[in-house]
Every structure is written in structure tokens, then in C-alpha cells.
Design a protein around this ligand. Structure first.
Ligand code: HEC
Length: 104
């Protein structure tokens, strides 16, 4: 490959790599939601009912001002009435992205 082509391609490749690393993994978020959250929340359209007053994820995602980044932060903090999941930043981001996808 010529130097010029390589020089032109490099920034593009870097962009692709960083985008992939930053993109949250919605499929992983769904897996976690079904395992850890479905006992109380309705986490997906195919789930019939949660068993507490916990809001369905679709309702959370449709709230005005909903923001996946803020939600990911919220999930990292312990909060009353919900078990402390002790999850990593990546896991929280995946879950938040999944919840966001339920509002569409
Ligand atoms: C033991 C039951 C239970 C489990 C398990 C649970 N939640 Fe909740 N969650 C609740 C309840 C109850 C509320 C409502 C709290 C309130 O209104 O004070 C809530 C509220 C929330 C809210 C909304 C907070 C707000 O702004 O009103 C989010 C987001 C949330 N849960 C995410 C999750 C996620 C993600 C999981 C899985 C990792 C999860 N929850 C697991 C019971 C649970």
C-alpha cells in the first residue's frame, strides 16, 4: 500500500476502532436485564408482568429528559428498594443502552 493511502486510511481506521469500543452492547444489556431486573421490572415487550411497583423499562425510557448516560451513572450508585448489583461501568452502560432501546 502506498504511503499516501495508508496516511489517508489511518484516521478512519482509528475512528472505527474507537467507535466500536465506545458503543454499548445492547444485546449484553438485554441478557443482564432479563437475568437481574426481570423479577421486579417488565424489561421487554414479551414479558407479561413484573411483580412490584417497579416501572417497566419502556416507561422509564419514555420519560421526558431520559438520558442513557445519566441512567448508567444511576445504576452504579446504590439506591433504596433495589438490590445493589455491584456492576461495572461497562455493564451499566450496556444496561442503560438496552433500557433506552425499549423506549422506541
Ligand atoms: C427487587 C426488585 C427490583 C429489582 C431486582 C430491580 N429493581 Fe429497579 N426498581 C425497583 C423499584 C421498586 C423501583 C421504583 C423505586 C421507587 O419508585 O422508589 C425501581 C426503579 C428503577 C428505576 C427508575 C428509577 C427512577 O428514576 O424512578 C430504574 C432505572 C431501575 N429500577 C433499573 C433497574 C435495573 C437496571 C435493574 C436490574 C439490574 C433493576 N432495576 C432491578 C425494584 C427493582
Amino acid at each position: 500500500m502506498s504511503r499516501l493511502i495508508r496516511a489517508l486510511l489511518a484516521p478512519f481506521l482509528l475512528l472505527v476502532v474507537t467507535q466500536t469500543a465506545l458503543a454499548a452492547n445492547i444485546a449484553n444489556g438485554e441478557k443482564m436485564a432479563r437475568r437481574w431486573c426481570a423479577a421486579c421490572h417488565v424489561v421487554a415487550a414479551d414479558q407479561s408482568r413484573g411483580n412490584t411497583q417497579a416501572p417497566p423499562f419502556s416507561a422509564i425510557a419514555k420519560r421526558p429528559g431520559f438520558d442513557a448516560g445519566k441512567l448508567a451513572l444511576f445504576l452504579l450508585l446504590p439506591h433504596p428498594r433495589m438490590p445493589d448489583m455491584n456492576m461495572s461501568r461497562n455493564e451499566a452502560a450496556d444496561l442503560a443502552a438496552y433500557i433506552a432501546s425499549q423506549g422506541r
